[in-house]
Design a binder for this molecule. Structure first.
Ligand code: F6P
Length: 535
């Protein structure tokens, strides 16, 4: 946890820098870009547009040393019980082959599961494993929610190409419309289901799994042959068996993998099925390369550590209210959705590890979307609203064999927005603009933009299995390092559990009408309206 003396230093550093202009710092220090650029595992973080200078960076590095981030990383990867309220390790790094020596028995289980995943994937692709009517599979639907959906969904979109091995689809919401739309137009005889649920108790997933099974049966797959079409990924093999999924079709997960950190496990099976085993193996390798970088690099050369320190600096010391993730790549359109769970389910907490109240803000409110689409929507607020924000602009440099002109336009938008966040538009320029437009000078403030919005640009050569693996691993480590700096548990999610418990009570009330008196007046009235509408 951050030492109180480091906290005091960082507060005074922030006071010193708060009113400084980053554009001026860039003008004054010719080596600023190289000093504030960090490279690791195929990713480059340009932090030169963050509101920091050498002195502030030293203070941040000292606080990282004070909180022993390097030691915390070792604890994570060697299986220390970092999730204290669930009494578990968080060994997602083991799934990509990191520090296997520290946990040999678990590593064996991981490797056995990877071999099984590979065999299952190759049997489907070769046509050894076919559907009930002997037809080869063309489509795979992943059924899951939260960590059992967002990671694989994001990665499959990122790696999508014109000739996937199988077309990938995702069903998550318990709203029946989700399943109905996804299955519309698919052929049950050539569709495979992967039911992903760490617990195999999640209402949404079990409801969708049952409906998907009926869809297969209605589509001519006999009940006895349904096993050809269904895989499950879970820690709860008993519940999966009760659901009718035999051991051979079940891939294990382990309680030492958090849902939002599980894309590297069999939860990522849909990625392998969609794009082939070598692709999945490269994805794991990209993440492992980021683990190695994180272990080896000094603090100010360490990409995830720098990301964590800058997020701490922005949210706690420069008081930014929200953090945006702005990928200039349609392939990364689901990145912010994935990072919302990773960041906010992990660090959206209010007490320290020993149960003391945290008075400062913890996780930032994170949002964002693929670059140019957002530009025609909420970027107005970013440029001229009065909220303080920080941002990560994610910029793949190349985009395969695509229309070069469109690709250039995409990149120019990314660079233009980064520059606009930096320089804004001054009062003087706004006066000139108003005059050019023939408007009264009192209207000039309507054209002003403060600029000086702290942000980083995360650059990669292209969106490919390795860089996507490295990108997710970097954000995972950033999230963990932040939890260490803030002294909280990044691996539980008790806040989510409350809604599940109340949800069960209310479902019974909606079904029977009983229990209305136990509810508050507002919820009771809403439940009554719902019952009337559905009677
Ligand atoms: O939303 C809460 C949560 O527990 C997440 O942490 C998890 O990723 C998701 O539900 C799904 O859980 P499961 O994989 O057990 O169905």
């Amino acid at each position: 946890m951050l030492q109180s003396s480091d906290h005091v230093t960082l507060m005074s550093e922030a006071d010193r820098l708060r009113t400084k202009s980053v554009a001026t710092l860039l003008d004054q220090h010719s080596d600023r870009v190289s000093q504030l650029t960090v490279t690791g595992a195929g990713l480059t973080l340009d932090a030169s547009k963050q509101l920091v200078d050498e002195q502030a960076l030293e203070a941040l590095a000292a606080s990282a040393a004070g909180a022993d981030l390097a030691g915390a990383y070792e604890q994570l990867v060697t299986g220390t019980e970092v999730n204290i309220t669930e009494e578990r390790a968080a060994l997602h790094t083991l799934l990509r082959g990191t520090a296997q020596d520290a946990s040999p028995t678990l590593a064996n289980e991981v490797n056995t599961t990877l071999s099984r995943m590979r065999a299952a994937t190759e049997a489907i692709h070769s046509g050894d494993h076919v559907g009930a009517a002997g037809q080869r599979f063309t489509d795979v639907i992943n059924i899951g929610i939260g960590g059992s959906d967002l990671g694989p969904r994001m990665v499959c979109r990122a790696l999508d190409d014109a000739s996937p091995k199988l077309r990938t689809h995702f069903i998550s919401n318990v709203d029946p419309h989700d399943l109905d739309v996804v299955t519309r137009g698919l052929n049950p005889q050539t569709t495979l289901l992967v039911i992903c649920s760490k617990t195999f108790t999640t209402e949404e997933t079990l409801t969708n799994a049952k409906r998907a099974r009926s869809w297969l049966i209605d589509g001519g797959v006999s009940e006895t042959a349904i096993g050809h079409h269904v895989f499950a990924v879970t820690t709860n093999l008993t519940a999966a068996a009760e659901f009718g999924i035999g051991e051979d079709a079940c891939f294990p997960m382990w309680d030492w993998v958090g849902g939002r950190y599980s894309v590297w496990s069999a939860i990522g099976l849909v990625i392998a099925l969609g794009f082939g085993w070598p692709t999945f193996a490269s994805f794991l390798a990209g993440a492992k390369a980021m683990d190695e970088h994180t272990r080896a690099a000094e603090c100010t050369e360490n990409l995830p550590m720098m990301m964590a320190l800058l997020e701490l600096w922005n949210t706690r010391y420069l008081n930014t209210e929200t953090h945006l993730v702005l990928p200039y790549s349609q392939r990364l359109e689901h990145l912010a959705d994935f990072l919302q769970q990773l960041t906010m389910e992990s660090n959206g907490k209010r007490v320290t590890l020993d149960g003391q109240a945290i008075n400062e803000v913890t996780a930032p409110v994170l949002w964002g979307s693929a670059g140019t689409i957002g530009q025609h929507s909420y970027y107005q607020l970013l440029h001229q609203g009065n909220r303080r924000f920080s941002a990560d602009i994610v910029l793949p440099l190349t985009n395969g064999d695509v229309d070069k002109d469109a690709h250039r336009k995409l990149a120019s938008n990314a660079l233009a927005q980064s520059r606009a966040f930096l320089i804004g538009r001054s009062a003087e320029e706004s006066q000139t603009l108003a005059a050019d437009k023939g408007l009264a000078s009192e209207l000039a403030p309507h054209f002003e933009m403060p600029g000086n919005h702290p942000h980083s640009t995360l650059v990669m050569d292209s969106v490919n299995p390795q860089t996507v693996g490295a990108l997710i691993a970097a954000y995972e480590h950033k999230t963990y390092f932040l939890s260490v700096l803030m002294g909280l548990n990044a691996f539980d999610q008790w806040g989510v559990e409350l809604g599940k418990v109340i949800g069960k009570q209310i479902r019974a009330t909606l079904e029977s009408g009983e229990g209305l008196d136990d509810l508050d007046a507002s919820t009771a009235a809403l439940a009554t309206s719902w019952r009337e509408a559905n009677s």
